[in-house]
Design a protein around this ligand. Structure first.
Ligand code: TYD
Length: 134
């Protein structure tokens, strides 16, 4: 697997009549140390989140509930991943423009991040992102 590219990572899945269970451990299922977790919820219909890239931060995004799309762009190739189950997620390396769209009602996006919140790490202008990738 090319770690430099966004890709889906399947998580362990313990199926049980009492309810299923999945988990994530740093450096095991995902290739970074978890410095931060945040979640996105109560997204009104038609809204989108993200629309930026990080210089250093890496992320792993899981749809804990409901569904949404993550559009990623590494400066050369654009792809769209649909996240709709909680037993897999999308790894997004640093230096990737990403936008989250098409949230279903009551969807819950968990994001695990490799760095503390650092506003200076964001690239929020797409033209600046394109220049950065050159
Ligand atoms: P932001 O990442 O800018 O979300 P989006 O790109 O979807 O608009 O986060 C929105 C605000 O939330 C940001 O201005 C500051 C705050 N925030 C934190 O304080 N810590 C965090 O870890 C994150 C992700 C956001």
């Amino acid at each position: 697997m090319d770690i430099a590219k966004p890709h889906i990572i399947n998580l362990p899945k313990y199926l049980d009549q009492r309810g299923n269970l999945s988990f994530i451990e740093e450096f095991k299922q995902i290739p970074f140390k978890i410095e931060r977790a945040y979640w996105i919820y109560d997204v009104p219909g038609g809204e989108h989140r993200g629309g930026h890239a990080y210089r250093e931060n890496e992320e792993f995004i899981v749809a804990l509930s409901g569904s949404f799309d993550v559009e990623v762009d590494d400066g050369r190739e654009k792809r769209c991943f649909s996240l709709k189950r909680s037993y897999y997620g999308l790894y997004v390396p640093k230096g990737v423009w990403r936008e989250m769209t098409d949230f279903s009602t009551n969807s819950l996006a968990l994001v695990l991040a490799s760095t503390p919140y650092t506003p200076e790490d964001y690239i929020r202008d797409y033209d600046e992102f394109k220049r950065y990738k050159r």
